[in-house]
Design a protein around this ligand. Structure first.
Ligand code: SF4
Length: 404
């Protein structure tokens, strides 16, 4: 068995960008500018973002045409290529590949699709980790020589952006991904534990090459509830931090503002300073397409809803987001017209209104005298049942959406 990163491959701070109507050609154009001839007869794993069941063109998952181009290009240089993913909890990997059009693309090319959740996990120690000292990594990735992160360009409500470093979270085994969203605060560190944990992960689980699909990205409430935004670019490079930094600039932000990227760069895992990154072509900044940032608070996104959020983790935030996305109009009938519908998540609330609905075990104390939905986190349909008083109301009952 090959141990990940046992082989050293070249890294430089060159990032290549291509813009045009055809994502397949854009992908080939950027790969043609990188010398990867050393991958002849090597095993290459492509890791797109297919973490959810979603169709093309919404900015949720990687465009299958980008994946198709990567398969063709790596095959042509003599590499043995496969595609792998470990989606969010509750999503079947093969179903997600099928919905994304990746099964069709892979079948045509006789390229192997791998459910990374297969088998037992491998302990991946992170002795220098600040929030996390190790990860449960998916076993199949250790059978490859070279790992390629192929995310879609997104804003992300918990981590600022979701690009090639964040996409590696889909190499973590099954539910262990969610653990990163439920970490306790790090003593003496104000930063959100999820961001520190992703920076920790980037120290031990970094892709050798990043190809970012900016065909249609997502602005605002990413990773799944924002708005699609077409940019029609593809980026690639050997330093994932550098590629993410250029993608941040194209989205109208900077990597210095993204905690997991700035912390990872400070720790020497990659370069985000655009002055040290060589981007081609020279006019790439003409293609900057500012994305709306993710909202600071869910209340902003949903009229008539107020969310009291104190020290919550992203797992409860995701549950509440999913609930509001799915059921906000359904629950309007259960509240007086024009009344603000209030929710509390997290712990340490001092004064919140009596009619607040308390979600998750952390809010149990204040939930004693209020409507309270237990769970860590609860499932969205459980909140609906509690509010409506009906036992089961939805075909989606029992299906949660864990954070990615
Ligand atoms: S109850 Fe919610 S906020 Fe508290 S740890 Fe569990 S998921 Fe996180």
């Amino acid at each position: 068995m090959t141990i990940l990163f046992s082989q050293k491959f070249p890294v430089d701070q060159k990032v290549h960008v291509a813009k045009g109507d055809d994502p397949y050609e854009n992908t080939r154009a950027v790969l043609n500018r990188i010398d990867l001839s050393f991958l002849k007869n090597k095993r290459v794993l492509l890791k797109p973002n297919v973490g959810r069941i979603a169709p093309l063109g919404q900015g949720i998952i990687t465009d299958s045409r980008v994946v198709a181009a990567a398969i063709d290009w790596f095959t042509e240089i003599g590499a043995n290529v496969a595609i792998g993913e470990s989606p969010i909890v509750g999503v079947d990997t093969m179903e997600a590949f099928h919905a994304a059009g990746i099964t069709e693309v892979a079948d045509k090319r006789k390229c192997r699709l791998i459910d990374l959740n297969e088998g037992k996990y491998v302990e991946l120690p992170a002795p220098d980790g600040i929030a996390v000292k190790g990860f449960k990594a998916c076993n199949p990735i250790f059978k490859f020589d070279f790992l390629v992160s192929i995310p879609v360009m997104k804003m992300h409500m918990h981590t600022g952006v979701s690009l090639s470093i964040k996409n590696m979270k889909g190499c973590l085994w099954r539910r262990s991904k969610v653990d990163l969203h439920m970490l306790p605060p790090v003593s003496g560190n104000e930063e959100k534990p999820i961001n520190i944990a992703i920076a920790d992960m980037s120290g031990v689980l970094r892709p050798h090459l990043s190809i970012i699909d900016g065909t249609v990205g997502m602005e605002g409430l990413g990773p799944s509830a924002g708005k699609a935004r077409a940019v029609n670019v593809v980026l690639a490079g050997l330093d994932p931090f550098a590629v993410d930094a250029v993608a941040c600039r194209l989205m109208g932000t900077t990597a210095e503002k993204i905690p997991h990227l700035s912390m990872g760069a400070e720790r020497g895992f990659g370069v985000i300073d655009l002055n040290q990154i060589q981007v081609s072509p020279e006019n790439w900044e003409d293609w900057i397409t500012p994305f709306l940032p993710p909202p600071e608070n869910l209340s902003i996104e949903f009229p008539n809803v107020k969310v009291h959020d104190k020290n919550s983790c992203s797992a409860c935030q995701s549950t509440l987001l999913l609930f509001l996305k799915r059921y906000r109009t359904v629950i309007l009938d259960y509240f007086p017209k024009d009344e603000l519908i209030q929710f509390a998540i997290g712990k340490g609330h001092e004064t919140i209104p009596e009619n607040t609905i308390c979600i998750g075990n952390c809010s149990a104390n204040i939930g004693k005298s209020r409507t309270f939905i237990k769970g860590c986190p609860p499932v969205a349909s459980e909140i609906l049942c509690e509010i409506t008083g009906k036992l089961s109301i939805d075909l989606l009952d029992g299906k949660s959406e864990t954070p990615d």
